[in-house]
Design a binder for this molecule. Structure first.
Ligand code: ATP
Length: 421
């Protein structure tokens, strides 16, 4: 395998897809002022001149001159040691002076590999949004304040990838650019900081594991008047989960200049025209997936045995319901399979008849399945089943025909991690 590149298997794909779907739900389904976009990954190379990435998208690289020869980001080392001469954190060796290293992956467009064919894999999804600002404004029947949202792969040749899927060179972003009248920017900046924190909390992250860190003046990008990071208490410490930035009119002004297009909003009623300001919540799908998994992980003792489980929000859980026959005879497997085939039309479900009932429950606990349905002797008489709750382990009796509507209702109900209680 290639270092720091990860492949997602079955449940990982389902979990990350749910994270992205919940982001789309919050951006598109439950609001009416944002439109969706899926732009190209390889954009016109001038895009990156306009955005400042070609000139400025670099990290300060230092290398150990001592024994270990490892590379580090100088700014990361400075966080741990704000003053004095920096030494290699691994072997204590001297470090080279910082060199600036552009993080964009370069490739060639078309069959001829000359300077004119150089292009880049996008290091963020945001610039594709700015390039489509005018298209969206003309076709979506929206006016500021309105947003454009995009989810997709981004690529950064990170100097120090690591911490599993926290920092990789190929990753997925969930970004939204919200275009507002200039004088409304501070108010919308506050709105999006609140909304984005709420999103993580509503999906089950414990509030004491989340914090909003406002950037100091000297940390801000030259174009940003305010930026805050939503941080999560990862096992390696507080780290950025998502950034929310007030980017002013920097992006639209730059793209207007480099493309020769006017990128502004004209109010047809009043004749007012202005370049909208932009508020950007920029999240990572892989980082969010990692945080949801870490936060949901739990171990407890049940009847003298350890139970390992993921207390995932039901909407994030890869499988919502498992249908299990108590025994593999007396018509129970057929009955359970029929219930499963009915339920899976409504939500992701699994049928499992392999192994003891205890083992089958534990398997579902480990992948975070919130509900288990067991078909037993009584089912064959009265068409009721046992419904088991992953978190409380409560078991209740419910008629088969009520299962689908009941579970669908539970999926839209507010949910809190039982770890909070
Ligand atoms: P960092 O300081 O951690 O490098 P950043 O401030 O450069 O992140 P942004 O450019 O604001 O990150 O990107 C928005 C989001 O994209 C981040 O909050 C993070 O969730 C995600 N992201 C950025 N770089 C990576 C990466 N290399 N691997 C995984 N996710 C990433």
């Amino acid at each position: 395998g290639l270092g720091s590149a990860y492949d997602y298997g079955h449940y990982g794909v389902l979990l990350k897809t749910n994270v992205k779907n919940e982001w789309w739900r919050a951006m598109i389904q439950e609001r009416d002022d944002i439109v969706a976009l899926d732009s190209a990954i390889i954009l016109h190379p001038k895009t990156w001149e306009a955005s400042g990435h070609l000139g400025g998208f670099s990290d300060p690289l230092v290398q150990c001159l001592g024994k270990c020869k490892q590379r580090f980001r100088e700014d990361h080392l400075r966080e741990a040691q704000p003053e004095g001469e920096l030494k290699c954190p691994v072997c204590g060796g001297e470090l080279t002076p910082p060199r600036h290293f552009n993080l964009m992956f370069k490739t060639h467009h078309g069959p001829v590999e000359d300077e004119g064919s150089e292009v880049y894999l996008r290091p963020e999804t945001a610039q594709g949004i700015f390039l489509n600002f005018k298209n969206a404004l003309q076709t979506s029947r929206k006016r500021p304040p309105f947003g454009i949202a995009q989810v997709g792969k981004s690529f950064r040749n990170e100097i120090t990838p690591g911490n599993f899927i926290f920092r990789t060179r190929e990753f997925e972003q969930m970004e939204m650019e919200f275009f507002v009248p200039p004088d409304a920017a501070p108010e919308w900046y506050d709105h999006w900081k609140d909304e984005r924190r709420r999103w993580y909390e509503e999906l089950g992250i414990r509030p004491d594991h989340l914090r909003m860190r406002e950037h100091d003046q000297d940390e801000l990008s030259h174009y940003s008047s305010a930026t805050a990071d939503v941080e999560y208490l990862f096992p390696m410490g507080w780290s950025e989960l998502e950034g929310v930035a007030n980017r002013g009119n920097f992006d639209l002004t730059q793209h207007a200049q480099f493309s020769g297009e006017k990128l502004q909003y004209v109010d047809s009623a009043t004749g007012d025209r202005y370049v909208p300001h932009v508020i950007e919540p920029a999240a990572g799908a892989d980082r969010a997936t990692l945080a949801f998994m870490v936060d949901a992980y739990d171990e407890e003792q049940v009847e003298g045995r350890e139970r390992v489980l993921l207390r995932l929000h039901p909407r994030l859980a890869p499988v919502k319901v498992a249908v299990l026959p108590l025994v593999n005879k007396d018509g129970q497997p057929e009955k359970a399979r029929a219930i499963y085939e009915d339920l899976r039309k409504r939500m992701p479900a699994e049928y499992d008849a392999g192994g003891s009932i205890g083992k089958r429950y534990r398997r579902q606990d480990e992948i975070g399945t919130p509900w288990g349905v067991t078909v037993d002797h009584q089912t064959m008489d009265d068409d009721t089943v046992t419904l088991r709750d992953r978190d409380s382990l409560d078991q209740s009796r419910i008629a088969i025909h009520e299962l689908g509507p009941e579970l669908e209702e539970r999926l839209i109900r507010p949910w809190h991690s039982p770890k909070l209680c």
